[in-house]
Design a binder for this molecule. Structure first.
Ligand code: CU
Length: 150
């Protein structure tokens, strides 16, 4: 009788905490900040950078990037100076996925036009669970540094 009561209490507690986490922060809440594209020097390829912040309690995964300006957008990581194409990037719960100069970056290939400083490029980024987000990515100078702002 005592053991059964204790078990029932334990099950009730487990059930309670499960529904609590599902109702609370059980999914990813994504936002994008600081997107920019340095004006490309090449006529057929450009780079892009942005930060994806996840305020939610579940991880998500960036699975594809497309843009009106490029025939193809690929995702790269940089390890020890060498870049490697990746098919997805994890966005950790309560964390960030950062694309920045010298690190992870987007590569816009087969450019349909050459983006110029002052223009904006529309980029669609798609996540495994949260679906697509549309980002307006401003084109900055070829040597733009986000930490100094010019
Ligand atoms: Cu690359």
């Amino acid at each position: 009788m005592t053991a059964a009561a204790a078990l029932a209490a334990a099950l009730a507690l487990a059930g309670c905490s499960d529904s609590g986490s599902a109702a609370g922060s059980g999914k990813a809440e994504l936002s994008v900040s600081g997107p920019y594209m340095p004006q490309p020097v090449s006529a057929d390829m450009a780079a892009g950078f942005l930060t994806i912040t996840n305020k939610g309690g579940a991880e998500d995964e960036l699975t594809s990037v497309t843009s009106e300006v490029a025939g193809q957008v690929t995702m790269h990581s940089t390890m020890g100076g060498a870049m490697r194409q990746k098919s997805s990037f994890a966005v950790p719960a309560h964390g960030q996925l950062v694309f920045k100069s010298g690190g992870n970056h987007l590569m816009f290939e087969k450019l349909r036009r050459k983006p110029k400083q002052g223009q904006t490029v529309t980029v669609k980024i798609t996540f495994a669970k949260s679906g697509p987000l549309t980002v307006e990515m401003p084109v900055k100078s070829a040597t733009y540094n986000p930490s100094t702002g010019h």
